[in-house]
Design a binder for this molecule. Structure first.
Ligand code: F6P
Length: 358
């Protein structure tokens, strides 16, 4: 008999349920011996405090199209994972003990970057771990695609399509803010899909002067609307030269505005049309997964089940050149996949006439 634990960790995203269903289907369909699956509640928190339930096959029915996570999720930041909680509990020790108390043969972790660092720590501590890469940010090193990303791009694109009609009716400049603190994949892809004029991502510091010039030139040429798509974590050239403390003080002084409203303040007196800002926010992570994410999460889930049945642990399941593979956890933990200015997609955006704010 094999006893498998499963948990979803960090910010939720679409197709978490699809991925868990893929794991369950893969296990139940191909098992040679009895398999029991234990759902651990609310991410690592459930593993620390021993909250879990035995899952039935029927728990995985009708969830492929369901957003969120049937197990619940929470954030347990890696940087404090080695610190005791408010009651003095050693979190890592508690997770290892609960894994052992549950008599698990392996644990499946669906998570993003931070969750992968903890997964690697647990793996290095001797637990049998297999992980699946989830996040709307698509910033996990070692995989071309994370599930959640394609759905979020679809949602953000539709949001901008809707704003575009108002922008056209009122001849306005719109600044739309997309999630992504350190990585601009979601912003760049959404911007291209929505036909944005200007896209600003965290990896490429922007110059307000360039942005103002580009906007005014487009207006002079007769354009009636200008669409800017900016990531949550954008930074100006001036700010990129500051230390952490100085930047924090500057942002505090400005009232800690979110990136789109900050950009609005910076440009609105210098451009020749009215400016409005809009933050898409958590709806990017919400609702049903797209068809692409349902397929991707099912493929990743089934590969995860294959590894579990072969007892191949310490790995993250990934997509490379559209094939599903697995890489050692140590190769991904602690690394982030960010956009490089020389990346093809950046060059293609520029060839489409999109300004990247440099
Ligand atoms: O990790 C995904 C993400 O959506 C980031 O892009 C964003 O910065 C963050 O989550 C927001 O998370 P929370 O739900 O904690 O506000």
């Amino acid at each position: 008999m094999q006893r498998i634990g499963i948990l979803t960790s960090g910010g939720d995203c679409q197709a978490l349920n699809g991925a868990m269903r893929g794991v369950a289907k893969g296990l139940y369909t191909n098992r040679k011996e009895k398999v029991e699956i234990y759902g651990i509640e609310d991410g690592y928190s459930g593993l620390i405090y021993g909250r879990y339930k035995k899952m039935n096959e029927s728990d995985f029915e009708n969830i492929l199209n369901l957003g969120g996570t049937i197990l619940g999720s929470s954030r347990q930041p890696f940087k404090t994972i080695n610190e005791p909680d408010e009651k003095g509990t050693n979190k890592v020790k508690a997770m290892i003990e609960n894994y052992k108390n549950m008599q698990l043969d392996a644990l499946v972790i669906l998570g993003g970057n931070g969750s992968h660092k903890t997964a690697n720590l647990l793996s290095e501590s001797g637990l049998n771990i297999v992980t699946l890469p989830k996040t709307i940010d698509n910033d996990i090193f070692g995989t071309e695609m994370t599930f959640g990303f394609a759905s979020a791009v679809d949602i953000a694109t539709e949001y901008i399509d809707r704003i575009r009609t108002t922008a056209a009716s009122h001849k306005r400049i719109f600044i739309i803010e997309v999630m992504g603190n350190k990585a601009g994949w979601l912003t760049l892809n959404t911007g291209i899909a929505a036909g944005a004029d200007i896209i600003v991502i965290p990896e490429i510091p922007y110059d307000t002067k360039t942005i103002v010039q580009v906007i005014n030139k487009k207006i002079e040429q007769g354009q009636k609307t200008v669409i800017l798509v900016v990531a949550e974590g954008i930074i100006s050239k001036e700010e990129s030269r500051m230390g952490k403390k100085e930047l924090k003080e500057k942002r505090n002084k400005e009232g800690n505005l979110s990136s789109s409203f900050r950009m609005e303040q910076e440009i609105k007196q210098k451009v020749n049309l009215e400016v409005r800002s809009s933050v898409i926010g958590h709806i990017q992570r919400g609702g049903n997964p797209s068809a692409y994410d349902r397929i991707l999460s099912s493929r990743l889930g089934v590969k995860c089940a294959e590894l579990l049945l072969k007892k191949e642990y310490g790995k993250m399941v990934v997509m490379i050149h559209n094939n599903i593979r697995a890489i050692p956890l140590s190769e991904t933990a602690g690394k982030k996949k960010v956009i490089k200015p020389e990346d093809e997609i950046v060059q293609e955006a520029k060839k489409l006439g999109i300004c990247l704010g440099e």
